[in-house]
Design a protein around this ligand. Structure first.
Ligand SMILES: Nc1ncnc2c1ncn2[C@@H]1O[C@H](COP(=O)(O)OP(=O)(O)OP(=O)(O)O)[C@@H](O)[C@H]1O
Ligand SMILES: O=C([O-])CC(=O)C(=O)O
Ligand SMILES: [Mn+2]
Length: 534
């Protein structure tokens, strides 16, 4: 007998509800005989089950829609010709039609329902109900969201409902004004999300992040696409902003520190808190020695995605034949050094912007002034790395506002405002760290980047000689313990410094052009002098 009544959502004929399954149950369900296609889970040599997510192995931002109604019309940051973003408007009719498709798909089935929290802070968390027909999708959200206690489950009332109908298609998408047979739709008024025709779990994870990004800043709380950790005393907190693949997960998972979370955080008057209950690490070319904690987190209850296994379950982490965006999700307690019992810590003292610069122009670390902090946060320059978004197959330079434009539901300046307020209160300093390329043509090593992060967090970076880099006026250290001195000035990594000059001027020009969209008001105009100058 169903513990949860789904008929109130218009889902009828449900044969059974598997409610908040245990990890044991999830394992049984996703490996049981008789599963077909992308529902099949295979046990790997490390004990974690691997699944294939189908055609969609990354998010599909072009298929992201938000219902435009009285409530959202004047609050959401809609895409426009002047400033394109991923908040595409959908009509209420399109919403009704797509929800109908989901209800139909989910009716007369044996379903999984997972109730979980998004947000570690009790005052501002969202209680989310996920409804789906695929076992491993239930596993994914069990890993990624915060598990309610038995007592919390007794009185669980969802604030938000997610209908995952990944097996269905929106056949009449053209009529409905949508982009394709795939739809990832949000209704901010009814507080629901519908997913059709993509199995990629990231749509549920980043979907709820988008909703937190809508609701929290309106309450004066910073909502951030960043990882976070703190020192062993839980005092010296750092946050690491960065677009996909720039190193949030890799660099925040640091055996010397306590992890708060690897991707989505809020910052309120009490400090920094995680939205999630798990981590979602990239595993392409995963190397046991440079990322031991992530490697060791891949065990029973972790869920691998799109990784190649042979018949015996041996993993080939180098294989990118399915996607470069191979992943593992695991509950945060698979990492030994974490903040317990709640993933939160005091206000950040250090704010790090991770940018994977595909042009090889940015220094591996720059010490930012408060004005530069705002300028570079709004600019969000980085490269999109292959795989996380559909259609991106090689590092593609991009300006992604606040290092997470795809997830912003309000105007970028709102996020900048909240971040600046919080940074001023805690006296935090900001650094721009290039985890991408330099003149050698290779990516800066994880070892050098870790050395840089160590020097920021232990304060060494404030006690070394520095110099200024032209065009950008970046202050950079000339020596840093544990870091190859030859890379600190990016010009030294080129055979001839004039090669850097040429690329630097081109990049400076791109920054200037990109920033025009913020120059419509006095505040934006005032920041221009903190940006690159030609
Ligand atoms: N210098 C470097 N610093 C950090 N990561 C690096 C560096 N060089 C290579 N890498 C690789 O880049 C990838 C960084 O991915 P990571 O999962 O940390 O990104 P992320 O910011 O968490 O992305 P997402 O938002 O998609 O989860 C890893 O595969 C890591 O091995
Ligand atoms: O979007 C990202 O940056 C990576 C991720 O978490 C997802 O694919 O959902
Ligand atoms: Mn990550």
């Amino acid at each position: 007998m169903a513990k949860v009544d789904l008929s109130k959502y218009g889902i009828t004929g449900t044969t059974e509800v598997v409610y908040n399954p245990s990890y044991e149950q999830l394992f049984e369900e996703e490996t049981k005989p008789g599963l077909e296609g992308y529902e099949v889970g295979k046990v790997s040599e490390l004990g974690a089950v691997n699944v294939m997510t189908g055609i969609y192995t990354g998010r599909s931002p072009k298929d992201k829609f938000i219902v435009m109604d009285e409530n959202s019309k004047n609050t959401v940051w809609w895409t426009s010709d002047e400033y394109k973003n991923d908040n595409h408007p959908a009509s209420e009719e399109a919403w009704a039609a797509v929800k109908e498709i989901a209800k139909k798909e989910l009716s007369n089935k044996r379903l999984y329902v997972v109730d979980a929290f998004c947000g570690a802070n009790k005052d501002t968390r969202m209680a989310v109900r996920f409804i789906m027909e695929v076992a491993w999708q239930a596993h994914f959200v069990t890993n990624m969201f915060i598990k309610p206690t038995a007592e919390e489950l007794e009185s669980f009332e969802p604030d938000f409902v997610v209908y995952n109908a990944s097996k269905a298609k929106v056949e009449n998408y053209k009529e409905l004004g949508l982009n394709s047979e795939t739809a990832v739709m949000f209704n901010i008024t009814s507080k629901e999300q519908v997913i059709v025709n993509t199995w990629y779990g990231g749509e549920m994870k980043k979907g709820m992040f988008s909703m937190m990004n809508y609701f929290l800043p309106l309450k004066g709380i910073a909502s951030m696409h960043c990882s976070a950790n703190t020192d062993m005393e839980g005092k010296n907190t750092a946050i690491f902003f960065g677009l996909s693949g720039t190193g949030k997960t890799t660099l925040s998972t640091d055996p010397k520190r306590l992890l708060i979370g690897d991707d989505e955080h809020g910052w309120d008057d009490n400090g920094v808190f995680n939205f999630e209950g798990g981590c979602y690490a990239k595993v392409i070319n995963l190397d046991k020695d440079s990322e031991p904690d992530i490697y060791n987190a891949i065990k029973r209850n972790a869920l691998l995605e799109n990784v190649t296994l042979d018949a015996e379950g041996h993993i080939d982490f180098a294989d990118k034949s399915v996607t470069e965006n191979t992943r593992v999700s695991y509950p945060i307690n698979h990492i030994q050094n974490i903040v317990r019992p709640i993933s939160s810590a005091p206000a950040a003292k250090n704010v790090i912007f991770l940018s994977a610069d595909a042009f090889g122009v940015l220094p591996p670390v720059s010490i930012l002034s408060p004005e530069q902090t705002q300028y570079y946060f709004l600019s969000g320059f980085t490269a999109k790395l292959a795989g996380t978004e559909r259609g991106i197959t090689e590092p593609t330079p991009t300006f992604s506002a606040c290092f997470g434009q795809a997830f912003l539901e309000l105007h970028p300046t709102k996020y900048a405002e909240e971040l600046v307020k919080k940074m001023q209160m805690s006296g935090a300093k900001a650094y721009l760290v290039n985890t991408g390329w330099n003149g050698t043509g290779k990516r800066i090593s994880i070892k050098d980047t870790r050395g840089i992060i160590d020097a920021i967090l232990n304060g060494d970076i404030n006690n070394v000689p520095t110099k200024k880099i032209p065009y950008f006026d970046f202050e950079v250290p000339t020596v840093l313990n544990g870091v190859d001195t030859g890379i600190l000035d990016p010009r030294d990594t080129y055979a001839d410094a004039s090669q850097w000059e040429e690329k630097a001027k081109d990049l400076a020009g791109r920054f200037i052009k990109n920033f025009k969209k913020y120059e419509g008001n006095e505040h934006g105009k005032a920041l221009v002098s903190a940006g690159p100058q030609l």
